[in-house]
Write a protein that binds this ligand. Structure first.
Ligand code: ATP
Ligand code: MG
Ligand code: FE
Length: 336
């Protein structure tokens, strides 16, 4: 199955060609980060316009790099949601016209399932069931994967997503957008025990998360230090904040994996690129006898290859969309 995949849910215009669900023939990612950086975050209207300017160029590039032509395509996969309405619409409209023009199936894809499926590309032997932690810019999910298409939502954040917390804390430290990679880098030079930030819900029995209180704790610390004219060591704040976030993520994931008898924990989403998170997972996984899998950094953040992988498994499962398919900005994980 030769599969063209399109992703435009946020600020990356991306298009990929896959053979079946795991082999990437091309994966073109055009990021708008530089454009949005001066606003300190993604401006939805600007994102939509940029997607419109870019989409055809990126599709052509993906086809060319894969060394195929349009008539070789068997299916088209596209992100249906969650994401920004206007941004999603651009990808969906393009996918529909290609599917209609070529007379081939259109497959709507849940963006978060796509993040999980990035792991099928990276790890050719990975098979459900497994426990999965999704940590992206807008979502923090603990998931039990039952099959290639059935992902059960077990826990979620009650307020800010993990990536959102990284981005907001970075902003309060005067660091550039997106904050996750910057905090990751600074943390390596800081002392993670310097400041004792709260570990929200760590001892709690639930599988839910909460990061907004932690973000406030960092803000309070910064204000307090400013008032008493104390020295703020940015590296220490970054490392201590990052440690608080990752301890909660790692321990809850391991607890769920043990409860479900999972031999493997899979990480997904942009924050899965975090080196501190990867390292703590690896060392705790070793202690507990649990395999830890995550995608390479380029497959952690938004890309169309992961959408293609998910689209392939949806197609095999008989989940074809029709040309009346609509944008689902708030699409839930259990929903489809
Ligand atoms: P969603 O997938 O929930 O719709 P999104 O697509 O915007 O949101 P992703 O592309 O998965 O999110 O990831 C972007 C997020 O990942 C940003 O919040 C960014 O700060 C964070 N991130 C990227 N790299 C790192 C890193 N090394 N450490 C921590 N966070 C990171
Ligand atoms: Mg992005
Ligand atoms: Fe994403």
């Amino acid at each position: 199955i030769i599969n063209l995949a399109i992703e435009t849910s946020c600020d990356e215009t991306s298009c990929a060609v896959l053979k079946n669900g795991r082999e990437v023939l091309s994966n073109i990612i055009s990021s708008q980060i530089e454009i949005h950086r001066k606003f300190g975050g993604v401006v939805p209207e600007v994102a939509s316009r940029k997607h419109i300017e870019n989409i055809n160029i990126i599709i052509e590039k993906a086809i060319k790099e894969a060394n195929i032509s349009f008539k070789d395509l068997d299916i088209v996969s596209v992100t249906q949601g969650p994401g920004l309405v206007g941004a999603l619409l651009v990808g969906i409209s393009s996918a529909k016209s290609i599917a209609y023009g070529l007379g081939i199936p259109l497959i709507g894809v849940n963006h978060i399932k796509g993040h999980i499926c990035a792991n099928y590309i990276e790890h050719k032997d990975l098979k459900p069931p497994f426990t999965c932690l999704v940590v992206s810019g807008g979502h923090t999910y603990l998931v039990q994967a039952h099959s290639y298409t059935d992902y059960e939502l077990i826990g979620r954040t009650r307020d800010d997503a993990a990536g959102e917390a990284f981005d907001k804390v970075a902003r309060s430290l005067g660091l550039s957008y997106p904050g996750g990679p910057v905090i990751d880098k600074l943390s390596k030079e800081g002392n993670k025990e310097a400041i004792d930030f709260p570990r929200p819900f760590l001892g709690d029995n639930s599988y839910d998360f909460s990061f907004s209180g932690l973000k406030t704790a960092v803000l309070n610390y910064l204000n307090h230090m400013e008032q008493k004219k104390g020295e703020i060591v940015v590296e220490d704040v970054a490392a201590s904040f990052q440690q608080a976030v990752i301890e909660v993520l790692v321990e809850k994931s391991i607890r769920l994996a043990k409860e479900k008898n999972s031999k493997t924990i899979v990480l997904a989403g942009g924050v899965a690129a975090n080196s501190g998170l990867r390292n703590l997972f690896k060392s705790r996984g070793k202690e507990e006898g649990i395999n830890i899998r995550y995608p390479s950094p380029i497959l952690c953040t938004d890309n169309a290859a992961m959408i293609g992988s998910c689209g392939y498994f949806n197609y095999i499962d008989g989940q074809e969309s029709d040309l009346g398919m609509t944008v689902e900005p708030n699409l839930e994980l259990n929903y489809k």
